[in-house]
Design a protein around this ligand. Structure first.
Ligand code: IVH
Length: 674
């Protein structure tokens, strides 16, 4: 084995043991052996600088083994913000600032920004290289989360700037990413996160950077510290522009406003549009723009006087609780939920809200007929906060959790310390229904026109009894059913026909294998070209797949060997399912049909093959060299000079890697670099 191979081997081994230890709480080797592997990797990396990799686990071994992160003392304290809660208080603040500056509040220049509900982070760069990232902690001492932050896609690991800089901002999960991440948790049979903030905090403070890397965290920058005074800037807004030029995400909705009236109006705008943003905000932040004025206004011990947070009230609504019901999920979990008189909360109508589990209902003591307060947890998932007392009104009896499954009548079981209750009847019709609905859902086989109602109807009619039965459905079977016509029947059969060539990863998600979510499914489908290959793989081979830890591997290993699974897969094959990750049967829009897109340098978030596959999946080609016929050249980190020069000579447009997503989605881009 060459040193290079040995380094690769050690990194893979350590990553695997890290996952076993930190994510699954199930160490696979004794500590001393682990430490020896880690030492060997560090030694090899020292001897061969060319083999070093900033993402190497060697940077984190040892550290993540400790029970907490290393402390980091902030060179400049990370202050908090003072709050105001309405327009009047905001006006008082701006008057006070203006007065202390002997200025007119109507000519002061402010920046109005979203107040993102995430976690504050400080990232230090030295001579253009990311050297450290720390959480806020108590403001003076935070935690070293450098390796985790390196995995956040929109944190540049390099800046084109010498000297020391510190970039501060907020780590958060965009709402869509939070929803997708929760869907993944559900697909893997795991619990959902309560709200984007908690999910972001949990994801950032992972002891294993690989876990952070798999979470769609974002970072938004709102402060630039320049201790050596290298930048010549008069206004804060100029530093934000600089951050954007360096590749940081900054808030596009921020505005410079002249005068208090305009500033207040913009903060109202944020309140009115809070639900239209991609991320959760709990207020607007207002800052004096001119840096010299900031210095004159100064700080209190905990917050700057030149900035203020205008907090928005959480959107809570009161409505009547009509009933408490229990739903059975595809894994058999019994979840109590509230049926509500419909009410608009945080931008959408809510008629159901989760009550989480038996203990939660008991703690909140909400009863059918009560007036209850409803809000969206982290502005996303509706939940019942509690009952409003209505003196003199007779309440219903205290609600009790049912002893039997509302669907199949079998006893519900609560195991040991777990807070969840399960229906353990493997033939429970509710579980079967949810399994089939999941199989057809967008994240899985994406069979249009096969929602919960229709699945229930097909089950009731005895036409299906398993996901495999779907592929035997004929137009004649469906046409006769209530609410179906020739058109809907034909269209479903066509959808099912299409689903036969669905990529293997989607089939794996659809099967609902415990712990196997979309990310794991994609890794598996990349490694195994056909289902049979995966089903025949020994446990060690499954464990060695990127991103597949022992827990996932074990669950999968058992699943594929199960008699019921084997029968189902045989029936899939007989029906003509390809069970391959074919790229030709792409369901993506052909935005790049017939176009040659050359990629040079690293595109953040993509491997080279991944970027090429993404282009091909949209009907394009991705040749290795630039010619007259090239549609455009995507310029990533450390691009090839020859390709860039050739493109410039031939007049082929150069497109920044930051526009790659736009290019894929629309076939075009906004700014040409040459
Ligand atoms: S400025 C000295 N700007 O809110 C200035 N903070 O409640 C310090 N936050 O700790 C912060 N959005 O975590 C600033 N646009 C924004 C912000 C923001 C969210 C957070 C930040 C801070 C907390 C204070």
């Amino acid at each position: 084995m060459s040193d290079q191979e040995r380094v690769a081997f050690l990194r893979a081994e350590l990553a695997r043991h890290n996952e076993a230890y930190f994510t699954n709480d199930a160490p696979t080797i004794p500590d001393a052996e682990y430490d020896a592997l880690a030492r060997e990797l560090r030694r090899l990396e020292e001897e061969h600088p060319e083999l070093r990799d900033e993402h190497s686990v060697s940077g984190t071994v040892g550290a993540p083994r400790a029970s907490v992160f290393d402390p980091v003392e902030h060179a400049v304290a990370m202050l908090s913000l003072d709050n105001v809660f309405d327009v009047e208080e905001l006006r008082t603040w701006s008057d006070r600032v203006a007065k202390s500056l002997e200025h007119d509040a109507e000519t002061l220049r402010f920046v109005v920004e979203p107040k993102i509900d995430g976690l504050a982070l400080s990232i230090a760069y030295e001579d253009g290289v990311l050297v450290q990232a720390a959480t806020r902690g108590d403001g003076r001492v935070g935690e070293d989360v450098t390796e985790n932050v390196r995995t956040i896609k929109n944190v540049p690991t390099r800046l084109g700037a010498v000297g020391r800089f510190e970039v501060r901002g907020e780590v958060f999960l965009a709402r869509d990413d939070f929803i997708a991440m929760n869907a993944e948790q559900v697909a893997a049979g795991l619990k959902e996160f309560a709200n984007p903030r908690n999910a972001a905090a949990g994801s950032l403070r992972q002891k294993n950077p690989a876990v952070s890397a798999a979470r769609p965290l974002s970072f938004l920058a709102y402060q630039l510290l320049d201790p050596d005074g290298r930048l010549e800037v008069t206004y804060y807004s100029e530093t934000i522009r600089q951050l954007a030029e360096w590749g940081f995400l900054v808030a596009g909705e921020s505005r410079i406003e002249e005068g208090a009236a305009a500033m207040i109006e913009r903060s109202d705008w944020f309140q009115a549009h809070r639900h239209d943003l991609r991320y959760d905000i709990d207020g607007a932040v207002i800052k004096v723009d001119e840096l010299a004025l900031r210095e004159r206004v100064g700080f209190t011990s905990r917050a700057p006087r030149w900035a203020i947070a205008r907090k928005f009230p959480p959107e809570e609504r009161t409505t009547r609780l009509l009933a408490i019901e229990v739903s059975i999920g595809r894994t058999g979990r019994a979840t109590p939920f509230a049926v509500l008189e419909p009410v608009v909360v945080a931008g959408s109508t809510v008629s159901m809200a989760t009550l989480h589990n038996q203990d939660q209902v008991a703690a909140k003591d909400v009863r059918p007929g009560d007036l209850v307060v409803v809000r969206k947890a982290g502005d996303v998932i509706p939940e019942v906060v509690g009952a409003v007392s209505e003196p003199g009104r007779r309440r219903a009896k205290k609600w009790t959790f049912p002893a039997t499954c509302p669907e199949c009548g079998q006893p519900l079981v609560r195991r040991g310390e777990e807070s969840d209750t399960y229906c353990v009847n493997p033939t429970c019709p509710a579980q079967l229904l949810e399994q089939i609905v999941h199989f057809a859902s967008r994240g899985a086989l994406d069979i249009e026109g096969l929602g919960e109602q229709r699945v229930a109807q097909l089950l009731a009619a005895g036409l299906i009894n398993d996901v495999a039965d779907l592929f035997g459905l004929r137009v004649a079977d469906l046409e006769g059913l209530e609410g179906w016509g020739e058109l809907s029947a034909t269209s479903l059969v066509r959808e099912l026909e299409k689903a036969k060539t669905a990529p293997l990863s989607r089939v794996l998600v659809g099967l609902g294998i415990r712990h196997v979510g979309p990310v794991a499914a994609r890794e598996l489908a990349r490694r195994f070209s056909h289902y049979d290959e995966l089903a025949g793989a020994p446990l060690e081979v499954l464990e060695a797949v990127d991103g597949i830890g022992p827990v996932i591997a074990q669950s999968l290993y058992q699943y594929v060997r199960d008699e019921e699974t084997r029968e189902r897969v045989e029936r899939f094959k007989a029906a003509g399912l390809t069970l391959r990750e074919s790229t030709t049967a792409s369901s993506l829009a052909a935005t790049l049909a017939g176009r040659a897109v050359v990629v040079t340098g690293a595109v953040p978030g993509y491997t080279r093959e991944g970027a090429e596959a993404a282009i091909v999946a949209r009907g394009g080609t991705s040749p290795g060299s630039v010619s007259k016929k090239t549609y455009c050249v995507v310029v990533g980190e450390a691009p090839g000079a020859a390709k860039v020069t050739k493109a410039t000579d031939l007049g082929v447009p150069l497109v920044a890697a930051s526009e790659f997503e736009t290019l894929l989605a629309t076939g075009t881009w906004t700014i040409t670099l040459n």
